[in-house]
Design a protein around this ligand. Structure first.
Ligand code: PLP
Length: 425
């Protein structure tokens, strides 16, 4: 319907007709009524579209998923209860016991544990790779049972930039899809499908919600990956599903196959749904996403420049900063800016870092990231504390790294706060 991102943020998803509510209604109902048993049967057989139970589908959730789908330029999307559920479903929808996939080692700590520990217990093996290696080196990690490649557009917390073209080519040369977690960039700043990604995931908890109000996730399918062309690798999509009267998803649903399977099978059986109430809050956040992302980026760049000039700062990583090692990739994939998160280290190591963080007045120490209020975290003491020193280094998380999530306050106030905290050192 619409072509520009900002307009999509506001108008996609819920399109009221004559006399309907202007704002997206919350369908706070577990179930939906039908007149005949026959209609109900057709719904259960996936022969007819319609709502019957909120664990499978709900109109509020579907409207919000449709908005995110339009923003990413995909063909189908589903909401999940969290970003963790989104990444788990995205992989588990195409990997079974005995399968293998490749993930960048520079990813969110929660995803690292999910892939490296929990999914391993399910017999699904993940190889973590250094995403800066050249394609010839990365090539060596593919095995006959490799089913997917996974990375993050902007890595949390090291804020390095994913090289989409390198990984899309590698994945496609091996007949597997590229799955990208686009949480930090959001589709306002980067649309991975335009660079060859096949499936996108989100923790909507971050910028999309934008106000630290609700945990949620989303999976979007580009519809571009041809499952049938690699049928032997993806039997779950290309052979009959006995739990659905022998439906073969890729044949029956074409480009909608991946999301239909994730809904009909994984959501049915595992049930990690987003509540319609949370989907409503998420939609409110999405309505201003384009404005907020612009402000986050402007503020973060000003803060990054300030830190770079500060002689108490050992180093700063922010890809939009001229001279940053990821500046070229950022300019290529995110010409309008990356996000509001940056990473830096303070001279004097851990002790100085902790004193600095404790001295801040309104930039608060929270586990969260990427919302309206400035916050910060020391991953080695907080989110990544379960990781060994070796794993931290492999993930590129320096022991002195401070992750600063720059909010949308007036930037002069933010810099003044940092200034007074540095003065205490
Ligand atoms: C937070 C985060 C997740 C996990 O999302 P939850 O909503 O907290 O479950 C996944 N990926 C990235 C990049 C994140 O920042």
């Amino acid at each position: 319907m619409t072509s520009n991102t900002g307009t999509k943020c506001i108008h996609e998803g819920w399109r009221p007709s004559e006399g309907e509510p202007r704002q997206l209604p919350i369908y706070q109902s577990t179930t939906f009524k039908y007149d005949t048993s026959d209609t109900m049967g057709q719904l259960f057989d996936l022969e007819r579209e319609g709502y019957f139970y909120t664990r499978l589908q709900n109109p509020t959730n579907d409207a919000v998923a449709a908005k995110i789908c339009a923003l990413e330029g995909g063909v189908a999307a589903m909401l999940t209860s969290s970003g963790q559920a989104a990444n788990f479903y995205a992989i588990f929808n195409i990997c079974e016991t005995g399968d293998h996939f490749i993930a960048s080692s520079s990813i969110y700590g929660g995803t690292y544990n999910l892939f490296g520990v929990t999914m391993k217990k399910m017999g699904i093996e993940c190889t973590f790779v250094d995403q800066t290696l050249p394609a010839e080196e990365l090539e060596k990690y593919f095995k006959p049972n490799t089913k997917a490649v996974f990375g993050e557009t902007i890595t949390n917390p090291t804020v390095s930039i994913f090289d989409f073209e390198k990984f899309a080519k590698l994945a496609h040369d091996h007949g597997v899809p590229l799955i990208v977690d686009n949480t930090f960039a959001t589709p306002v700043n980067c649309r991975p499908f335009e660079w060859g990604a096949d499936i996108v995931t989100h923790s909507t908890t971050k910028y999309m919600d934008g106000h630290a109000a609700g945990v949620g996730g989303c999976i979007v399918d580009s519809g571009n990956f041809d499952w049938m062309a690699h049928a032997e690798k993806f039997p779950g999509l290309t052979t009959p599903d006995e739990s659905y009267h022998g439906i073969t998803y890729a044949e029956r649903f074409g480009k909608g196959a991946y999301i239909t399977k994730a809904t009909a099978q994984l959501m049915r059986d595992l049930g990690s749904i987003q509540s319609p109430q949370n989907a409503f809050y998420l939609n409110l956040g999405l309505e201003t996403l384009h404005l907020r992302m612009k402000q986050h980026c402007e503020n973060a760049l000003a803060v990054a420049k300030y830190l770079k000039e500060n002689n108490k700062v050992a180093w700063v990583h922010y890809a939009d900063l001229e001279g940053d090692e990821y500046n070229d990739l950022a300019k290529k994939y995110m010409p309008n800016g990356t996000c509001g998160v940056l990473a830096f280290g303070i001279k004097g190591g851990r002790e100085a870092s902790i004193k600095f963080m404790d001295s801040l007045k309104f930039a608060s120490i929270v586990t969260h990231v990427a919302d309206a209020k400035t916050c910060l975290l020391h991953p080695a003491s907080h989110t990544h504390r379960q990781m060994s020193e070796e794993q931290l280094i492999e993930a590129g998380v320096a022991p002195d790294l401070i992750r600063l999530s720059v909010g949308i306050e007036n930037v002069e106030d933010l810099i003044a706060d940092l200034e007074q905290a540095f003065a205490q050192l």
